[in-house]
Design a protein. Sequence first.
Length: 332
Amino acid sequence: MTTHIRFIAMACFFGCFFSQMVHANKMYKWVDDKGNTYFSDQVPPKYSQYRRESLSKHGRVVGVTDREKTKSEEALDRLLTALKVAQEKVITQQLYHDKALRVTYNKLEDLQNTYDAKLQELETEQKLTISNLKRLDNQLETLQRQAAMNERNGEKVPQKLVDEIKATEKESQLTYVKISQHIEKKNKVVEQFNADIARYKQLTQSAEQKIRDKQKEEIKAANQLGVFVCESDRECEKAWKIAGDFISKHSTSSNSTEPEIESGKLIMGRTPDTDNDLSLAISKVDLGDRKQKLFLDIRCRDSSIGIELCASKKVQDIRVAFKNYLETSLAD
């Protein structure tokens, strides 16, 4: 009986809830700190700090409002935002500076020459300033001797001489400051150029390393595929004749070792007759990089044994041997 009454109570609750949803344009659902769940078409102010879901008339979640953040959480968010902005600024400045380095200097030697010239310019300025300071010191010493002579003779030091001494002392002090500024400027230039040189080395070495890695991969791929790159048209003509000998040597067709097709662009062996036959073909291709390439192709019979043969180490060894065979023969 108790279970029956509880069931009726729950049915009444959900019946009233869904009835309320039908008449409301929007409903909200939230859970307080104690785990109590609330449904209402309005959120009382005392519950506004909780995370809540907006529900449609059919009870589907159509929106979510996160709980209000504490003051410490808001302060942390502001700090993180400020740090991200500052970080992005530093990254942008670094990228801009890197680009300027790469555009301004074609090689490290150009950057080094610019640094040496700037350093020489600063040293020349500093030498002139030091020379001017020595002149002022000598001038001040002469004026001071004249004033001392007047005093020894019991004469009053002329006002003009006093003014010249003061003016010379002031100019001397300013020159000392100027020398200090020159030294500071020079140190900054040295520091900046040392940083630029280190960064430029890092940038160019990374680019050069990528090029070297790409070349290694291309060489590796060329060896695996059986590709010979001609350095000149003359070398290609010689290599083409040698490639014909390579086909005759490694083709195993039972019909004949004579090529089935032979032209200025293609030398192709006879079609494989048995599962153990290999047919080699050499083609001359130009991939648009102004360098002709001799490409080796190996065909096997269209059977399970033939397919296995073409995937075997024996065939791969022939591909690798092709490039070495041409290079060795051309060197003789």
